[in-house]
Design a protein around this ligand. Structure first.
Ligand code: HEC
Length: 256
């Protein structure tokens, strides 16, 4: 092929400049019987603006009712807002970028439901601001991970994934067992969630911190039963993370 190419090139003559001619452009004049639409077709900028307006109107008509009419969002009676500790755990989940490797949405296919359990319903996410559906599954989907393992499993797995799951490529998160959970904003977070439509009872902010501590103590007690002990165990960020993970997908979990 290369030989052929060289031979072909050698046969040609070099032409430095080729004269070219074209008739001058004729100004566009509308002629009779032409479709009215032709006017806009010849004007790209105007066409762009008009198309944008048309698409925006379509989008608004579709989206506004979806977001504003309550009955469009299927509610499930057993789906409850996160507890304060779970809410804090969720924020750590977001901070650590767990969604980069884990999705939280089980699709309604046999291959998914066999592996993860009941497929996700839109009504299960109504208190998730922002949602954690994710699109990347380097690790498994976590939507139904709640209740799948004991608390101590998560504790050890988070500190050193390979110790629990040999060959795991999940990074370790040992600082979660060192950092003290920052609860300065817990009450404000409840208030913010309420403005987003999460039905916390009024005044719940004041109870949030004591609820958080109660739940943290339960988890810490569970860990102690499995011989996990460290100073200030109740106050670690990891406790909040465990609370969150154990809650995931349990609102409508079916007995399996
Ligand atoms: C680099 C990708 C990656 C990141 C980031 C990551 N994981 Fe994982 N995760 C995995 C992989 C792979 C597995 C499967 C192997 C294992 O169990 O460790 C897994 C497993 C898990 C499991 C067990 C799931 C099951 O059903 O067995 C949990 C729970 C989990 N990860 C939570 C988290 C949390 C919480 C974070 C953020 C702090 C996180 N992961 C960050 C890759 C990741």
């Amino acid at each position: 092929m290369i030989y052929n190419l060289i031979k072909t090139v050698q046969q040609g003559d070099f032409l430095a400049n080729e004269e070219a001619e074209a008739p001058p452009m004729e100004p566009y004049v509308a002629h009779k019987g032409e479709h009215w639409h032709r006017w806009i077709e010849g004007r790209p900028i105007q066409m762009l603006v008009v198309a944008l307006v048309a698409v925006a109107i379509g989008g608004i008509i579709e989206m506004i009712p979806l977001a504003t009419i309550e009955s469009n969002i299927p509610k499930i009676a057993s789906v409850k807002p996160y507890t304060p500790l779970e809410l804090e755990g969720r924020d750590i989940y977001i901070r650590e970028g767990c969604y980069n490797c884990h999705s939280q949405m089980i699709r309604p296919f046999r291959s998914e439901t066999e592996r993860y359990g009941e497929y996700s319903k839109s009504g299960e996410f109504i208190y998730d601001h922002p949602f954690q559906w994710g699109s990347k599954r380097t690790g498994p989907d976590l939507h139904r991970v709640g209740g799948k393992y004991p608390d101590s499993w998560h504790f050890n797995h988070m500190i050193e994934p390979v110790s629990i799951s040999p060959g795991s490529i999940m990074p370790p998160y040992p600082w979660l067992a060192k950092n003290k959970l920052d609860t300065d904003y817990t009450a404000s977070k409840i208030a913010v969630m309420r403005t987003l439509g999460v039905p916390y009872p009024s005044g719940y902010e004041d109870l949030a911190l004591s609820d958080l501590q109660k739940q943290a103590k339960q988890i810490a007690d569970n860990l102690r039963k499995d011989n996990i002990e460290m100073e200030g165990l109740e106050q670690k960020e990891l406790i909040a993370m465990i609370a969150y993970l154990q809650r995931l997908g349990t609102d409508i979990k079916l007995n399996k």
